[in-house]
Design a protein around this ligand. Structure first.
Ligand code: EGV
Length: 375
């Protein structure tokens, strides 16, 4: 095909096209094989189901978020007073947050670039968006931006760049939001992959005095066939109808899924997370070494620890590379639509998923190398 048809309107639609290929390195969902420890949990699912069925839901829920937030260093999260709402996915949490914001403000400052379902969900409830380059957040005074919005929304670690908002950066940004009574919202879906994101964000947010919301996502870490939880966590004084809108959308998620998240979190705390970090680092090396020496390409995010890797393809068109790869039944993600305020910025980059088993990732990387050398 000359290129993707008009029906590819967003990144997720590119990911739909990849879903049935064994060489799908497009979406950031975890599709690698289970580790031995994880396989033992899956073997134990019948008991997990029975335990989840007999315990009070609030107990299953508390055990799950204690294990997950504890694993990732978030010891000051508000686990004891009902401010941790479990959703079917982080995007459901995002939609609930967006509806809550739309009733209280008309515009949001949003990190740029980032995954396009975030601006799409925010625009979908009628909010106007002001892009803020990721490197400015936590660094600049942002006076040119903060005066015209009611909320600042940050994906950290960011997608697709892997950039992490540091503890000092978060503290500075939260202080700026507190001064102006702005809501600070964080999407921390990639947090699990980067120890730089394991400082206690909730202590920093609490101490800043700002109004805050955090969306946590268990979905990208482990190959659980998208059995996952998106947690929507809010400040005590947020002043938005998040709980009410949550109740419009759902009563709660399956205790079975919560019990699974608890067990995978415990396995991760018992060495599994360190193994996962090594696994992703090895896969990142496979991609970088596999493309070494190809003229004109480079890797824009040398410090990223996220389970994705951006490749800049030089003067080539990422969309044309995507189309050539599709002829090999290999699917990557062209980056234009991450640049939601200026898509041409992403014309020459594509994103590769690293949460894949070695064989398909190696085969897809070799196909990418041959396509790049032919252009
Ligand atoms: N609700 C949506 N659109 N889900 C897709 C999202 O999970 C994929 C993603 O975040 C990534 O590939 O980086």
């Amino acid at each position: 095909p000359a290129g993707p048809g008009p029906d590819v309107g967003n990144l997720t639609q590119f990911e739909y096209l990849a879903l049935n290929s064994p060489l799908n390195i497009a979406d950031a969902h975890a599709r690698q094989e289970l580790t031995a420890g994880q396989a033992r949990i899956i073997d134990d699912l019948p008991n997990l189901f029975l335990k989840a069925a007999e315990l009070p839901v609030e107990e299953v829920e508390r055990e799950a978020h204690r294990a997950y937030f504890g694993l990732l260093g978030q010891h000051s999260y508000p686990g004891d007073d009902g401010r941790v709402l479990a959703c079917y996915s982080s995007s459901v949490a995002m939609e609930i947050l967006a509806r809550s914001l739309a009733g209280a403000m008309s515009s949001v400052a949003l990190i740029h670039p980032t995954f396009d379902n975030i601006p799409d969900i925010l625009r979908g409830v009628g909010l106007d968006l002001v892009p803020v380059a990721e490197e400015r957040l936590g660094e600049d005074d942002l006076d040119d931006v903060l005066g015209s919005v009611g909320c600042v929304f940050v994906t950290t670690p960011n997608n697709p760049t892997g950039r992490v908002l540091s503890e000092e950066g978060l503290s500075r940004l939260a202080g700026q939001c507190a001064e102006r009574d702005l809501v600070l919202a964080l999407d921390t879906s990639f947090r699990g992959f980067d120890p730089a994101g394991h400082y206690d964000h909730y202590r920093v947010l609490r101490d800043s005095g700002c109004r805050w919301v955090v969306i946590e996502d268990t979905g990208k870490l482990w190959p659980t066939l998208d059995l996952k939880v998106g947690w929507l966590v809010t400040a005590a004084d947020l002043g938005l109808p998040v709980a009410k809108i949550y109740s419009d959308i759902l009563l709660g998620v399956s205790p079975m899924v919560l019990a699974l998240v608890q067990r995978f979190s415990e396995d991760a705390a018992d060495g599994g997370l360190a193994d996962l970090h090594r696994f992703v680092a090895e896969n990142r090396a496979v991609v970088r070494e596999g493309l070494a020496g190809v003229p004109g390409i480079h890797f824009p995010d040398p410090h990223s620890r996220a389970s994705v890797e951006r490749v800049h393809v030089g003067a080539r068109s990422a969309l044309e590379v995507w189309s050539s790869l599709r002829d090999h039944n290999v699917y990557v993600l062209p980056c234009q639509k991450f640049h939601w305020a200026n898509p041409p910025e992403g014309n020459s980059t594509l994103r590769i998923a690293l949460a894949r088993s070695a064989a398909p990732l190696g085969e897809a990387t070799r196909a990418l190398r041959s396509v790049l050398l032919a252009r």
